[in-house]
Design a protein around this ligand. Structure first.
Ligand SMILES: C[S@@+](CC[C@H](N)C(=O)[O-])C[C@H]1O[C@@H](n2cnc3c(N)ncnc32)[C@H](O)[C@@H]1O
Length: 188
């Protein structure tokens, strides 16, 4: 696990090599966004998924948060033409947003870096509005990802923390764990 904020050099290298990972399109697609959604990407890196979301949530907003200031600088620079996109420096474990701010929250290839996953999942739930959806996307497997047993543990953690309808799916060598915030009658 890598628990140190990424430096400017590492952020620049990542943002050049992984300019727009295919997995960013995948998470946006699986999120099933509509125009009025308010979206948060935790560990957004250079912000590619936030920009994809911003183009869809034209009546809502797309936010990204990352604990690396250089990453957030790159994301802001690349997103100037998206008025509904914004980026904040902050950690998954202590998100700089009010309760219930977002209808969809995801994290892509960042969860395995989090120092305190329980705290991060609790924060994901806190900033979700009732009926909102949280998604975790990681590589399917041991290296920088989630094995089947690790995924099962995350499912149990999410259920314990209060997510409902927690489900695991695998697409294109990625594992995606999703759950809904709030009691069942709130989203029906
Ligand atoms: C491999 S990059 C993925 C970036 C982006 N989500 C993507 O898929 O292209 C991981 C990102 O997670 C961020 N990160 C790691 N741990 C974090 C934490 N606890 N809170 C917020 N961001 C975190 C890193 O700074 C880095 O930008």
């Amino acid at each position: 696990m890598d628990t140190k904020p990424w430096t400017g050099f590492r952020a620049r290298i990542y943002s050049v090599i992984w300019r727009s990972p295919k997995t960013n399109s995948l998470v946006v697609r699986l999120a099933g966004l509509s125009a009025s959604d308010r979206v948060l990407d935790i560990g957004c890196g250079p912000g590619a998924a936030v920009r994809k979301a911003a183009a869809i949530v034209v009546d809502g907003e797309a936010a990204g948060v990352d604990r690396s200031e250089p990453m957030v600088d790159i994301a802001r620079r690349r997103s100037r033409r998206f008025p509904n996109a914004r980026f904040e420096v902050g950690s998954a474990e202590s998100l700089p947003f009010a309760d219930g701010s977002f209808t969809v929250v995801w994290t892509a290839h960042s969860f395995h870096h989090w120092e305190d996953r329980d705290a991060g999942l609790a924060e994901m739930l806190r900033v979700l509005a009732d009926g909102g959806r949280g998604l975790i996307l990681e590589t399917d497997g041991k290296k920088h990802g989630l094995t089947d047993s690790a995924s099962a543990a995350v499912v149990a953690d999410m259920e314990r923390l209060g997510f409902r309808d927690v489900a695991v799916e695998k697409v294109d060598k990625q594992v995606i764990i999703s759950g809904v915030c709030g009691s069942p009658n709130l989203s029906t």
